[in-house]
Structure formats: C-alpha cells, structure tokens
Design a protein around this ligand. Structure first.
Ligand SMILES: [Zn+2]
Length: 258
C-alpha cells in the first residue's frame, strides 16, 4: 500500500490543528491618561513607583479589568472605585512576574458594611470585605466606604481591599490558613508559623501595635500584617524587623525606603 500521495496533507493537517487549538489572545484595553492621573492622586503605592514600574503597574491593572467583573450592588461604581479595586489586587502581586488571580471572577461593591449573609441593610453589619466560599466561590465582596477609606491619607495601617486580596493569595494553595505555600519555600513555613504565634501572643498581652483583629486566626493575622506591610512599610520594619523580613520574602517586595 502506498500512502505517499497523502503525505502532503500532513503539514496542512498540523497547521489546521494549531489554529484550532490556539486560543485567541484577549485584547487588553490600556489605561487612559485620566486613569493614570487618578492612580497617581489616590494610590500612594503607585505614586511612589518609578516610570518603568508605573507602566508595569498599569499593565497589570488593565489585565485585571480584562479578567474580572466589577459590579455594584445598590451603589454606582465610579472609575475611582474600579481603579482602587484593581490597585488592591495588583499591589500584593507586584513582586511576582506573572501572577493572575485564578480564584476570582467577580468583585461586588456594596455601599457600606454588610453582614455575613451579604445584607447591607438592617442590623449586624460589621463586615467591610469578604472572600466568598461555597456558592459565593470566585466572588469577593467589598464595602465602597472601606475601599475608599483604605486609600485615604489617614488610613493608617489599614486597607480592607488589600486585606481581602491577600486572603485570595493565601487561598490559592487550597487553604486559607495564613501560610501562602505557593509563595514561600517549604523550609520557611515552620519559622513563619512560629513567628505568627509569637506575634499573636504579644498582641494578646497588649504588647503590640498590630490591629488586634489579627489574633482571630492565622489567616487573619497574615492579612492584617500584610495591610501593615503595604501601608506603613518603614514603621513595620522599625517595630517588627523579623516580620517585615518574612513578608518581604513572601511578597518579593522590599518597600521600606529606610
Ligand atoms: Zn480577613
């Protein structure tokens, strides 16, 4: 049997398969000059970057918009809100080359605090942000008031939206447990757990300036000290050098100027 007459079909066949399998690259809409001005005016982290880093930040923000839906629930979403949400997503991952949040499809913005059943009217509203589990998996809920407060000049060591994105990073290895195994070499996990427990004790004994919410559990500890790391890196380095060093390793960022 001679199969040679059909041999010329092979490259055509391979090419056809290639084009079928090749995914269409999404078109990423670049940020406008107005967007960049808003980032510069409202996001201190972006403001402090050099021009090359700013460009990289803008690209990551644009990519985030491409991959994530942002929806308002009882609230009108402004460009500022969208940019603050995207910045909160980009800041914790800015040290990584190609990180994308795979466990997030939608961010829901509520006008103010809500309760654990995502009701924002009525009593028992004290939640400012939340990463969804179960039927809410892939969703994050944020309070608009808390989002904006986190980026205001008097935010101190707190930033709710960054806190929630750090939970997502923590969750990316399958467990929200304060140990982001995807981001740290195995030999660092035990020293990190030990350090968390020591710091939690200090907070319990009132010997720490870390927000006491951190003693809720290891996951909250990690998210709370990460807010501190991104909002007040110099202060954290000064008061908790060991903690600063560990977080600097985890996030691959050395933010303290002094
Ligand atoms: Zn939390």
């Amino acid at each position: 049997m001679n199969s040679l007459p059909f041999a010329y079909l092979i490259p055509i066949f391979i090419l056809a398969i290639y084009f079928i399998l090749k995914k269409k690259k999404p078109v990423i809409v670049p940020l406008t000059d107005t967007d960049k001005k808003i980032l510069n005016d409202y996001v201190g982290y972006y403001h402090n970057l050099n021009p090359t880093e700013k460009l990289r930040f803008e690209e990551k923000v644009a990519l985030f918009f491409e991959n994530t839906k942002i929806e308002g629930v009882g609230v009108e979403i402004t460009t500022l809100d969208e940019l603050l949400i995207a910045s909160s997503a980009v800041i914790p991952i800015f040290g990584f080359k190609d990180w994308q949040y795979k466990n997030l499809s939608t961010v829901l913005l509520y006008p103010d605090t809500f309760n654990k059943d995502f009701q924002f009217e009525g009593g028992d509203r004290n939640v400012m942000g939340m990463v969804g589990n179960g039927y809410m998996n892939g969703q994050m809920v944020l309070s608009q008031t808390a989002l904006r407060q986190g980026f205001s000049k008097n935010a101190g060591k707190e930033n709710t939206a960054i806190h929630e994105f750090v939970h997502l990073l923590d969750k990316s290895d399958g467990a929200t447990d304060g140990v982001p195994e995807n981001l740290m070499a195995h030999e660092y996990t035990l020293p990190w757990i030990k350090m968390m427990h020591e710091e939690i004790k200090k907070i319990e004994y009132n010997q720490s300036d870390i927000n006491p919410y951190a003693i809720t559990n290891e996951a909250e500890f990690f998210a709370v000290v990460s807010e501190y790391f991104f909002e007040k890196p110099e202060l954290l380095k000064d008061r908790h050098p060991g903690l600063y060093e560990q977080l600097s390793q985890i996030f691959s960022q050395n933010l303290a100027k002094t």
